[in-house]
Each structure stands twice: as structure tokens, then as C-alpha cells.
Design a protein around this ligand. Structure first.
Ligand code: CU
Length: 152
């Protein structure tokens, strides 16, 4: 009995914690979102859509009508790049972007990167995030490109 009630308390506490965390992150995002100016656009300069590349290749990030600033730096009309690799579903645009193998952050303000991918087809897409990694309103998201990594 003691064990069961302990579990119920733990579960209640856990759910409460989740609810607090969710409302906190929504409130946080609302307080920290940034607007993107008209005409803002992110695009992948290279590789090109449909290109065949070697295992290790350079991705160059393009940005129109906005500037690049490192994460943590709050300057209007700026952000830092995120490279979405093989991401099937777009992330929640109202929250800070998570760090993962599929969502790479370039918080140093980088405008290109060298990546290594397994042979085969891959998709790449850019998404700008603001100083706290939240996508802008409206989101500055590039077209999705598909590339083929050579088996060599
Ligand atoms: Cu970021």
C-alpha cells in the first residue's frame, strides 16, 4: 500500500512538473520571440538540390534581408542558422529548437559548415533561430533540398 501511494504521489508530481515545464516554455517563447522582417529568406547556397556529393562536404548558408548574430546576442533582424538534416517533421516553431544530430545549431554565427553523412539520399534545410534559439515570426525557413552522398 505504501508503495502504491508513493507511486501515485510520484506520478502526480511528475505530471505537475510537466505542466509547469510546458507552460513555462510557452510563456518563455512568447516573451522571447523575434519578428522577421519582410523579404527575409534563408537558402542553401551549396550543395544544390539534387547534387551528388562526397561523404564529407561543405554546406553554405545563405540569408537575405537579415543578419547573422551569435546565440545570446539580441539584435533586431538577426539570428543564427540551424541545419535540419533528414528531419521528417518540422520542429515546433513556438519553442526553442532542441539540439540533436538532426537539428544542428550554429550559435557562433557560422555561415557554413563541413558535415559527414552516410552514403545515400539526405535532405537538408535551414531554419533561422533568434538569440534564444526560437524560430522567428514568421519562420525564416529555407526550401528543403535533397542530395545524394556517394558511396566512397
Ligand atoms: Cu540555436
Amino acid at each position: 500500500m505504501v508503495e502504491v501511494s508513493k507511486m501515485i504521489i510520484n506520478r502526480t508530481f511528475f505530471l505537475f512538473f510537466i505542466a509547469v515545464a510546458m507552460s513555462w516554455s510557452t510563456a518563455f517563447a512568447e516573451e522571447h520571440f523575434s519578428e522577421s522582417p519582410p523579404g527575409a529568406k534563408a537558402y542553401i547556397i551549396s550543395p544544390k538540390d539534387g547534387e551528388v556529393v562526397g561523404k564529407t562536404f561543405t554546406v553554405r548558408f545563405g540569408l537575405v534581408n537579415m543578419g547573422v548574430a551569435p546565440a545570446g546576442v539580441k539584435v533586431p533582424n538577426t539570428g543564427h542558422h540551424h541545419l535540419l538534416i533528414d528531419l521528417k517533421t518540422l520542429p515546433d516553431m513556438g519553442k526553442p529548437l532542441v539540439f540533436s544530430e538532426n537539428v544542428r545549431h550554429f550559435g557562433g554565427g557560422q555561415t557554413e559548415t563541413e558535415i559527414t553523412l552516410a552514403p545515400g539520399k539526405h535532405t537538408l534545410r535551414l531554419l533561422l533561430g533568434n538569440y534564444v534559439h526560437i524560430p522567428h515570426k514568421p519562420p525564416v525557413l529555407s526550401e528543403k533540398i535533397t542530395i545524394t552522398v556517394k558511396d566512397q
